[in-house]
Write a protein that binds this ligand. Structure first.
Ligand code: BEZ
Length: 215
């Protein structure tokens, strides 16, 4: 028998990110509002929870670094705008940290469902710790999912954005544990002729398929 359930097509890398038009702590915001800049759309399980509080403080701490890279932050949870406002006011009062970015109040789970942020195996009432990196053309470029009990690493989010921007600008790839300033990977040759030529093209090659260069 055919399922009566509506099948949601989840985001996929390299495809347009799901559109949204959502209530936030900074008024209504649509995906199109972020055209021309990068967007880090991230979900957290719930307001007024300790791990989420540490993450919000950590996101606020990298907000300037993200702005320098033309990246906007947008949070989301299945809580009301009133709850979000109360929580960010508490964070400012108790921790001395101002939360500068908007937060979607996704009470009807519309955005969370479109982005596959809810992991029913963990919770049906809370979003997981998901991060979507959306480029200036609205394309999903990276996705990270963390469980409810593990706070995310802000250095990795910055590193990921730097790696994506480096790829876009220089058409290169970045190796494991790459940091800005490290050597990058030259895309391997795609023909036997190019492979034969690769070792004498001035790159730092260990073999024809494994060449690095400094930027
Ligand atoms: C927290 O943010 O502390 C948290 C939220 C949901 C489940 C577990 C921890």
């Amino acid at each position: 028998m055919e399922s009566q359930n509506t099948v949601t097509r989840l985001p996929r890398l390299g495809e347009p990110a799901p559109a949204f038009d959502a209530e936030t702590t900074h008024g209504r915001l649509k995906l199109e509002d972020f055209r021309g800049s990068w967007l880090v759309l991230f979900s957290h399980p719930a307001d007024f929870t300790p791990v989420c509080t540490t993450e919000f403080i950590a996101f606020a701490e990298i907000a300037d670094d993200l702005q320098k890279r033309n990246v906007n932050l947008l949070g989301l949870s299945i809580d009301s705008t009133y709850s979000h406002i109360a929580w960010v006011r508490t964070i400012e009062e108790k921790f001395g940290v101002k939360i500068p970015f908007p937060i979607i109040a996704d009470l009807n789970k519309e955005v969370a469902t479109a982005y596959g942020m809810i992991m029913p195996g963990e919770s049906t009432t809370e979003t997981s710790r998901a991060v979507f990196v959306i480029d200036p053309e609205g394309v999903t470029r990276a996705m990270i999912y963390y469980p409810l009990t593990t706070g995310r690493n802000m250095d990795e989010i910055l590193r990921l954005i730097d790696a994506l921007r480096t790829h876009d600008e220089h058409k290169v790839a970045t190796p494991a544990n790459w940091r800005p300033g490290d050597k990058v990977i030259v895309p391997p040759p795609k023909t036997a002729e190019d492979a034969a030529a690769r070792m004498s093209e001035g790159y730092e090659c260990t073999d024809w398929f494994f060449c690095k260069k400094a930027l």
